[in-house]
Write a protein that binds this ligand. Structure first.
Ligand code: DGL
Length: 266
């Protein structure tokens, strides 16, 4: 039987540039795959929207990726995953990979038994996050911090700006005062701040980021579904944005093509 789907795209989406932080791990583990990345700039940030708005938007983006032939979709956004992935899995006939704050691995790593989670309001208020959190809070204290305003500042591309440093410090210092020794980056935009964070955090505080785990899970699901790419040539990444003012332009090399569609993807 011809495996027609195997060489189709893997879809990836986020409200903006956050999903880019997953690409190096994905490209290194899945070097022959073709990725199609949607940056939903017209609707960013997701983190401040309510659950129903996030679900509706995720359905529109997903439908668009499926219309373009995607065989699997990576929801490269903690806010979208924690609010919408159950519904996407129920409503669409392809496999989905999500990303959510890695508090379980952090709890296992922690010696002080106090872990910090920096994420959007949408993620921290989701029932999926509450459910996961409830499974570990017997042994570990979880300090939740909404990263209000960080996504907007990151999207400008000025990752070393004094405003960004000041805001980040105002979130990190209170968590350090409470003795965290692991910091979970619960938003895919935040790995862009890892070098800033390393300057701010004492050496004993470990940063937990889930890019490698997402790549490994993607490989596993591709293999389990017989969907792995059959090409032996190097893969590629194509970019779509729902806005002319895409934040992708602040991060990708100048010559990269970004296809701009209307905000309803028509
Ligand atoms: N990158 C998204 C996440 O992982 C959030 C960005 C936003 O608020 O739109 O949660």
């Amino acid at each position: 039987m011809m495996k027609t789907k195997n060489n189709s795209y893997i879809g990836i989406f986020d409200s903006g540039v956050g999903g880019l932080t997953l690409l190096p791990a994905l490209e290194s583990l899945l070097p022959n795959e073709k990725f199609l990345y949607i940056s939903d700039d017209a609707f960013a940030p997701y983190g401040k929207k309510d659950k129903n708005e996030i679900i509706n938007r995720c359905k529109i983006v997903t439908q668009n990726l499926i219309n373009k032939g995607c065989k699997l979709i990576i929801v490269a956004c903690n806010t979208a995953t924690t609010n919408a992935i159950d519904i996407l899995r129920n409503d669409f006939p392809i496999p989905f990979i999500g990303i959510e704050p890695a508090i379980k691995p952090a709890a296992l790593e922690s010696k002080t038994k106090v872990i910090g989670v920096l994420a959007t309001k949408g993620t921290l208020s989701s029932s999926l996050f509450a459910k996961t959190s409830a499974t570990i809070t017997k042994d570990v204290q979880v300090i939740e911090q909404v990263g209000e305003g960080l996504v907007e500042l990151i999207e400008t591309g000025s990752l070393n700006s004094p405003d960004l440093t000041k805001l980040l410090e105002s979130y990190i210092n209170p968590m350090l005062d409470q003795n965290i020794d692991t910091l979970v980056l619960g938003c895919t935009h935040y790995p862009f701040l890892i070098s800033r964070l390393k300057n701010m955090l004492p050496e004993n505080v470990k940063i937990i980021d889930s890019a490698d785990a997402v790549a490994k899970q993607t490989l596993k699901v591709l293999l389990n579904n017989n969907l792995e790419c059959l090409y032996t040539k190097k893969g590629s990444v194509e970019f779509i944005s729902s806005s002319k003012k895409s934040s992708l332009y602040n991060f990708l090399p100048n010559e990269t093509l970004v296809t701009v569609l209307n905000s309803d993807f028509s």
